[in-house]
Design a protein around this ligand. Structure first.
Ligand SMILES: Nc1ncnc2c1ncn2[C@@H]1O[C@H](COP(=O)(O)OP(=O)(O)OP(=O)(O)O)[C@@H](O)[C@H]1O
Ligand SMILES: [Mg+2]
Length: 514
């Protein structure tokens, strides 16, 4: 077996009211991919933040050994200089800067006069992108114009540019397309051969089976069982270690009754923000019904997010076409208008559009409630009732916190997602659009969310769910639309839909009418 390059001994990390890491022992070897798995809030990101100096010595207890040497990092820079690079779960790029500037932030090549050597900066970046096989964007592109998936790739390029010996990937694929994931795995395998030690955090179990050499499970800040070779353990056994119980039936049985048509979209088009004459969404027409779950499949960048954001009033001046709610044509000029008409949208990018990270769970849950935000609001908020509601959603969704007044920014990534979900549930929508609702959510909570969506549909809500996880789309939807290059290219009933058929349309291998 190869050399142990990283050893963490008896790590304890406490936050007010939470012991996030409770005597964790952890070791990883050169040239291996060690998967770190566990439910939301188990402590995975915290452990890696201790390693990366985000939680500097001595804000934790225990020892970190790198290549046998006891190290104490007082800053993230010190960790980086020791060969530790971390790709964090939440994107940390600067939207206004270019891809190249983001990758080489603080390390930009300069010329003799001390000015930035743009040519070298861009060519170094191009080399990196080539190495990664990225052709979808250029070094000079502004990050803010990239989709979440592409931004994630910039993060990966950035970490690789530091030639890390220990590379931590915290849910790196949560926003990547299948092609990008394949690309990433190719790079990971290459780095493995170069002897890089990788710690890989993910909630996607199939992915872990595919890429990891060994796996270790964290639950409530403690490791459960030993580090185990991936070939010596089944997925069910891993999941059982994670949640402390067996999970059967992921998806609720589809016994749904379709009600009346509640949403109709006719010939919706969205202009491209930069390219005049180009469209992000082209002539999209579809309907959603009460009591039904409508899935929208497609590759990243197919225009799904643009379609639903346009319906939600995100870009009224760039949006053309008609939206009807309950048969009436409505004019949505802003998200507040959409909410007024009973439409809710759970966005894919929780950091940019979703959460007020500096505010409490209670604040974040109640901010979008229809009566408080609506222009017709009578403005009376019953504080006790509101608290009871927040408590209800926290319990229902299993948000891991000791207090609904906790600041959302202190929750684990998956738990932040649950808070946004709770907010929209609290708003009581008629039409609930969810863009990648289970991204970053652990398997136990996923099942809870599936049950919840099923129940909402049963109560007569029309659910529209974008998801890049095909098993989820197939398992949950009554009908499935497939988008490609801004257009709806296929529609399937639950019975007709197969993974292969959806992929054929999503990739353009098959086209309607051919
Ligand atoms: N800055 C912070 N302040 C207070 N508590 C925190 C902070 N960061 C994390 N915690 C708490 O520590 C625990 C572990 O969180 P962590 O982010 O490590 O979970 P995780 O395993 O990465 O979960 P996820 O899969 O949801 O990302 C949680 O209870 C979380 O609320
Ligand atoms: Mg995390």
């Amino acid at each position: 077996m190869s050399e142990v390059v990283l050893k963490m001994e008896q790590i304890v990390k406490e936050f007010p009211g939470v012991r996030a890491l409770d005597n964790v022992n952890f070791e990883a070897r050169a040239g291996e991919v060690l998967a770190l798995v566990g439910e939301n809030g188990a402590g995975k990101s915290t452990l890696m933040k201790v390693l990366g100096g985000v939680w500097p010595y001595p804000s934790y207890q225990g020892d970190i050994f790198i290549k046998g040497e006891n190290r104490r990092f007082y800053t993230t820079r010190e960790a980086e200089e020791s060969g530790v690079a971390i790709i964090y779960q939440e994107l940390n790029l600067i939207p206004e800067l270019s891809v190249a500037e983001n990758i080489f932030l603080d390390r930009q090549p300069t010329n003799r006069l001390g000015a930035i050597d743009w040519r070298k900066l861009n060519s170094d970046t191009q080399t990196l992108l080539d190495e990664l096989g990225i052709r979808d964007f250029k070094p000079a592109d502004q990050v803010k114009h990239l989709t979440v998936g592409k931004q994630q790739m910039v993060e990966i390029a950035k970490a690789l540019s530091k030639r890390a010996r220990i590379l931590v990937l915290d849910e790196p694929t949560s926003a990547l397309t299948d092609r990008e994931v394949a690309e990433l795995f190719r790079i990971i395998r290459k780095l493995k051969q170069d002897g890089v030690c990788m710690c890989y955090i993910s909630h996607k179990m199939e992915e872990i089976k595919q890429i990891a050499d060994r796996v270790v499970v964290l639950r409530d800040g403690q490791t459960i069982g030993d580090v185990t070779a991936i070939t010596d353990i089944t997925l069910d056994q891993i999941i059982a270690r994670m949640v402390g119980r067996d999970i059967k039936d992921m998806f609720p049985a589809p016994a749904r009754q379709r009600g009346e048509k509640i949403l109709e979209v006719r010939n919706l088009e969205v202009d491209h923000p930069d390219l005049a004459g180009e469209k992000r969404v082209r002539k999209a027409s579809f309907s959603a019904y009460r009591g039904e779950i409508l899935g929208i499949a497609g590759l990243m960048g197919a225009g799904r997010t643009e379609l639903v954001s346009a319906i939600f009033g995100a870009c009224p001046d760039a949006t053309h076409g008609e939206v009807l709610v309950a048969g009436n044509r409505i004019d949505i000029r802003s998200p507040a208008d959409a909410i007024d008409h009973g439409i809710a949208l759970l966005t894919e990018d929780r950091k940019a559009f979703g959460l007020f990270l500096g505010q409490s769970i209670a604040f974040n849950t109640t901010i979008a409630s229809l009566p408080t935000i609506s222009s017709r609001s009578i403005g009376v908020i019953d504080a006790a009732r509101e608290r009871a509601l927040v408590e209800k959603y926290v319990a229902q969704l299993g948000v891991k916190t000791h207090d609904i007044d906790s600041i959302v920014g202190t929750l684990s990534g998956g738990n932040q997602q649950k808070v946004i979900l709770g907010r929209w549930l609290n708003a009581g929508p008629k039409i609930f659009i969810l863009d990648e609702p289970t991204r970053g959510i652990d398997i136990g909570a996923k099942v809870e969310i599936y049950k919840l969506l099923d129940r909402l549909a049963g109560e007569g809500v029309a659910i529209v769910m974008i998801s890049s996880e095909l098993p989820e789309v197939l398992g949950m939807s009554d009908r499935i639309l497939v988008m490609r290059e801004g257009a709806i290219v296929a529609e399937f009933t639950r019975k007709q839909a197969t993974k292969e058929a959806i992929m054929e349309y999503a990739t353009g291998a098959r086209r309607t009418g051919q």
